[in-house]
Design a protein around this ligand. Structure first.
Ligand SMILES: Cc1ncc(C[n+]2csc(CCOP(=O)(O)OP(=O)(O)O)c2C)c(N)n1
Ligand SMILES: [Mg+2]
Length: 398
């Protein structure tokens, strides 16, 4: 439950202490007074340098009812589980397509579904998200047609043209570069008084980039309506979290920028939801950093072999904390889930995935689109090359 793969008695004690502290401070926050208390408490914590840790659902699917968000109805919980399953099934298909030579290098999100679905479930209709490259579930939850996702990973940038109603930025592979953009976007919401907030995602490795520090600095200065989700999956390719920074938590980096920071069990979709929903409600007063502690259960990308640099025992330990497993255990106990319901959901999802892959594989790119989509207008030199190539019949037989 603590940030490191190897648990010690002390770290367990610290985690449970933080959890109780959170409980005392935030339970029953259903009225204005409690929100004021929450804001005051977060600011006080920031000054004192304290980092809260939140878990609501444990590995066996037991929940802390005092902390459970009342607005998470049965239907909403089932929908969240189905979306986590869709994310995992779509992910498996993407790996399989790459292995068959039908798609290019792919970055799986196996084991990290609760961060994506928990945060997306908390977003309000007009909030905007700014992902890195491992937030597939966020796109799905926000309604991205799956064929665009497959097209992108097949190498077609057209798949990264996100429909406006999804309200998400394109995927960003250069690590950390999405962060300054997210602050600008959040500041624009404040400036234009839209009332919308922005959620930005960054990996544990991404928090070592200059872009991350510059972004949190200005998010703090401008009190931008921004929620930064650190998707701490313990690895940045082959670099473990312990070699990434000497800081005890990644959340505490927020404090230097005058922003509250907290940790959440990132494999607990309910806790991720609650922390994100509270941060979004508080976004009009300024930004929050939430470090979601999860685990990259698979390879970094399909070009990577994690067996070369991490041991099987660590992977097995984290498998017990799987986010989908614990949600299933919880919903089964509540009588909301069964093997039969799951079989039907998976069958429907696989049909949808196959149909969307077919659309993606049928996509015929226009080679000349490379001239149109790189800049907002076509620069003179490119315009010359395009006209010259047309005059010389370069595109014959395209
Ligand atoms: C600026 C930059 N440097 C290096 C890389 C190569 N690279 C791709 S992903 C990655 C690790 C990112 O780790 P993290 O931020 O923890 O995200 P994760 O892959 O774990 O989701 C690196 C170094 C890159 N894409 N961009
Ligand atoms: Mg990482």
């Amino acid at each position: 439950m603590n940030k490191d793969a190897s648990k010690t008695d002390l770290s367990l004690f610290v985690a449970s202490f933080r959890r109780w502290r959170y409980k005392l401070t935030y339970a029953n926050n259903k009225c204005l007074f409690s929100y004021i208390l929450l804001a005051v408490s977060l600011i006080r914590d920031a000054f004192e340098g304290k980092i809260q840790y939140l878990q609501i659902m444990d590995e066996l699917g037991n929940v802390d009812s005092g902390l459970f968000p009342a607005e998470l109805t049965d239907d909403k919980l089932v929908e969240m589980l189905k979306l986590m399953l869709l994310t995992r099934n779509a992910d498996q298909k993407a790996v399989s397509l790459q292995r068959q030579g039908r798609s290019a290098t792919y970055a799986p999100s196996l084991g990290e579904e609760a961060v994506n679905i928990g945060t997306a479930a908390a977003m309000r209709k007009n909030d905007i998200f700014v992902p890195a490259f491992r937030q597939h579930g966020v796109y799905f939850a926000r309604g991205l047609p799956l064929h665009l996702f497959y097209m992108y990973w097949m190498g077609f940038e057209e798949g990264n043209m996100i429909p406006p109603e999804v309200r998400g930025f394109p995927m960003s592979v250069p690590v950390g570069t999405q962060m300054p953009h997210s602050v600008g976007m959040a500041f624009a919401q404040k400036y234009k008084k839209t009332g919308n907030a922005v959620i930005a995602y960054v990996g544990d490795g991404g928090t070592s980039e200059g872009d991350f520090y510059e972004a949190i600095n200005f998010a703090g200065v401008w009190r931008a309506p921004l929620v930064i989700i650190i998707q701490n999956n313990q690895w940045a390719i082959s670099i473990p979290r312990s070699k990434q920074t000497a800081a005890e938590t990644l959340a505490q980096k927020a404090l230097a920028a005058g922003i509250p920071g907290m940790q959440v069990d990132g494999n607990d979709a309910v806790a991720v939801y609650k922390a994100t929903a509270e941060a979004l409600k508080n976004a009009a007063n300024g930004p929050t950093v939430i470090e979601c502690i999860t685990y990259r259960a698979g390879m970094h990308t399909t070009s990577d072999d994690p067996n070369k640099y991490r041991n099987a025992a660590e992977v097995e330990e984290w498998a017990k904390k799987d986010p989908i497993l614990r949600m299933k255990l919880y919903l089964t106990k509540k009588g909301l889930w069964s093997d039969q319901i799951e079989a039907q959901a998976v069958e429907e999802q696989k049909k949808l995935i196959d149909a969307e892959v077919e659309i993606a594989e049928g996509f015929k790119p226009d080679p000349k689109s490379m001239f149109q989509n790189l800049y907002s207008f076509v620069p003179e030199t490119l315009d010359y090359e395009l006209k010259d190539s047309e005059a010389n019949n370069f595109w014959q037989g395209e």
